[in-house]
Design a protein around this ligand. Structure first.
Ligand SMILES: *[C@@H]1O[C@H](CO)[C@@H](O)[C@H](O)[C@H]1NC(C)=O
Ligand SMILES: *[C@@H]1O[C@H](CO)[C@@H](O)[C@H](O)[C@H]1NC(C)=O
Ligand SMILES: *[C@@H]1O[C@H](CO)[C@@H](O)[C@H](O)[C@H]1NC(C)=O
Ligand SMILES: *[C@@H]1O[C@H](CO)[C@@H](O)[C@H](O)[C@H]1NC(C)=O
Ligand SMILES: *[C@@H]1O[C@H](CO)[C@@H](O)[C@H](O)[C@H]1NC(C)=O
Length: 499
């Protein structure tokens, strides 16, 4: 096809130059003949192209539709998203039927491709005493190196090589501007990082802020920032007597109004290059009076259910809920894990009630409708599979608990946009089961062969590091994974500001 088009173009230009020459020779007959020939041949060629082309371009709307037959033969069951760099835009690897997307100038990103992954050793947390909370302590420049051999065939990442390459680039260039607040600001308690050790179920929010303020990603120069951090703490506002759950919406509205009056950055993008981080689910309704935050900003949240309005997958990002634990995780050999599956927790959802109702008397699936009297850690260490069942929200700390104790998570939480799902291949280290299939749970788990279980378990050990926070951020830990999620969502379009 392109050859035909090219030769037709050559033919037409040949005939016009011929026409010019014959005109100077005053040979009018030949002139008309050549014009006629070129005209008819171009008509013929256009018709030929139109009839044989697979592209149908609608004259009114500039959208490119692709022959469905061609498309379906390419898409497999795994979601495959691929953003080609501008050099290879001619042959996009994923053909979409909707309007063509505007592709940014970032390097190639492909998700869903199985690639051998190879993560470095689990780094041991550095021993840093509290108190040296200087802004941006020098973070060691980390060689993103791969350790040898035995990890070659796992597939923890959708595309490990790409992740490693982009990660390096992120560490080198990502810059975040946090709106500055003084220590004497009346709301310093919610706007500045907490001095105390983050704890409890919603620690991820505080850990992120602490880590960011000590990282080299922070910049004082807003003009070099890729993203802007809205530093309010939802958990802090919830506990602040001046605000409380009922006052959060007004506070956020006023906060956004304040920064959009005092700085030019909010208005130029409608907040699209701004983000906040929250782990408590009240964060979801906190943006009701600041609709631009909900619609445009990047919401990095624990309660990432794409079933609920307020969370927009792809625009927003999921952060894992992690109960903080210190030190290297304890280990237990897969062969010493005698219990098939384990669950314990309050009965605050139908999923949990259903789970317990179906499996309460089972000898292999051990479910408990309240907290255990025996040590929780022992139950997790002694089980092959640890069940995460949706409660009030899709998220709980149970997935990170399971990973910490080397137990393969079983996810019973429909519509949960799992943390780092665009980076990690959850099928390689967890079992995601529809809540409808709770009665089939034992069958599903028993059908997983022992070798397959060993593979899942060894991948659990590989991903552990991504579900841990540290005082001083460590490569590939939860902080860096969240930064990577932000990196993937950074904006490219910028209106240049006139001062
Ligand atoms: C796009 O990428 C190229 C190559 O990395 C770079 O030279 C160029 O400045 C980028 N353009 C924009 C608009 O960022
Ligand atoms: C993008 O992919 C092409 C083809 O696979 C490769 O040649 C090119 O180097 C890639 N670009 C980047 C920035 O990774
Ligand atoms: C907004 O600015 C006003 C005036 O400076 C201040 O009193 C108020 O506390 C600020 N509100 C928020 C939520 O930042
Ligand atoms: C941003 O937009 C708001 C609402 O349109 C306006 O009141 C405000 O002055 C703008 N801020 C700046 C810095 O121009
Ligand atoms: C489990 O045992 C209790 C007590 O024997 C019984 O009431 C209940 O119906 C049993 N549940 C199932 C699912 O068999």
């Amino acid at each position: 096809m392109p050859d035909m088009a090219a030769s037709s173009a050559r033919f037409i230009s040949f005939s016009t130059s011929f026409a010019r020459r014959v005109l100077t020779d005053s040979c009018r007959g030949l002139f008309f003949l050549s014009v006629f020939l070129s005209f008819t041949s171009s008509i013929f060629l256009s018709l030929y192209i139109a009839y044989t082309s697979k592209l149908h371009i609608h004259p009114g709307i500039t959208q490119v539709y692709v022959n469905p037959l061609l498309e379906y033969s390419r898409i497999n069951t795994q979601t495959t998203v691929s953003v080609a760099s501008q050099q290879n835009l001619n042959t996009p690897s994923v053909v979409s039927q909707g309007p063509t997307e505007v592709l940014g100038n970032r390097s190639n990103i492909s998700i869903g491709v199985e690639e051998p992954a190879n993560v470095g050793e689990i780094p041991s947390p550095p021993s840093v005493s509290r108190g040296d909370l200087d802004r941006r302590l020098p973070e060691s420049i980390v060689e993103v190196s791969s350790t040898g051999g035995n990890d070659k065939y796992d597939n923890v990442f959708h595309d490990r090589d790409l992740f490693m390459e982009e990660y390096k680039e992120m560490k080198r260039s990502l810059k975040i501007y946090a709106y500055p607040h003084k220590k004497n600001d009346p709301f310093a308690n919610v706007l500045l990082p907490v001095e105390s050790e983050p704890g409890g179920n919603y620690a991820s929010e505080s850990y992120f802020k602490k880590a960011l303020f000590r990282s080299r990603f922070l910049t004082d120069n807003p003009s070099e920032a890729d993203l802007f951090y809205l530093p309010f703490s939802i958990a802090g506002l919830r506990h602040d007597k001046r605000v409380g759950v009922g006052g959060i919406q007004n506070f956020i509205r006023n906060y956004i109004r304040n920064i959009s009056l005092s700085y030019p950055y909010w208005n130029r993008s409608g907040g699209a290059d701004h983000f906040y981080v929250a782990c408590h689910s009240v964060g979801r309704s906190a943006m009701e009076k600041a609709v631009e935050v909900k619609l445009n900003a990047i919401q990095v949240v624990c309660s990432s259910s794409y079933f609920l309005a307020g969370y927009v997958s792809h625009k927003d990002a999921s952060i894992p809920q992690i109960w903080p634990r210190k030190g290297k995780p304890p280990t237990r050999l897969p062969s010493e894990r005698e219990n098939l599956a384990f669950y314990a927790g309050a009965m605050n959802s139908r999923v949990r009630e259903f789970l317990v109702k179906v499996w309460e008397n089972d000898s292999e699936i051990s479910v408990h409708h309240s907290r255990l009297k025996t040590p929780y850690s022992e139950a997790l260490l002694g089980s092959k599979y640890c069940i995460h069942a949706k409660g009030f929200e899709v998220n709980t700390a149970r997935i990170a608990d399971a990973l910490y104790y080397g137990c393969v998570p079983v996810v019973l939480a429909d519509h949960y946009d799992l943390p780092y799902a665009d980076i990690l291949n959850w099928n390689s280290f967890s079992v995601v089961v529809s809540t409808m299939d709770i009665p089939l749970l034992k069958k599903i788990l028993q059908e997983i062969s022992y070798n397959e279980y060993l593979r899942l378990q060894s991948n659990v050990m590989r991903v552990q590091q991504h579900f841990q926070w540290h005082h001083l951020p460590v490569d590939f830990d939860a902080f860096h994974m969240v930064m990577y999620e932000l990196w993937l969502r950074r904006s490219h379009a910028r209106i240049v500001l006139q001062y």
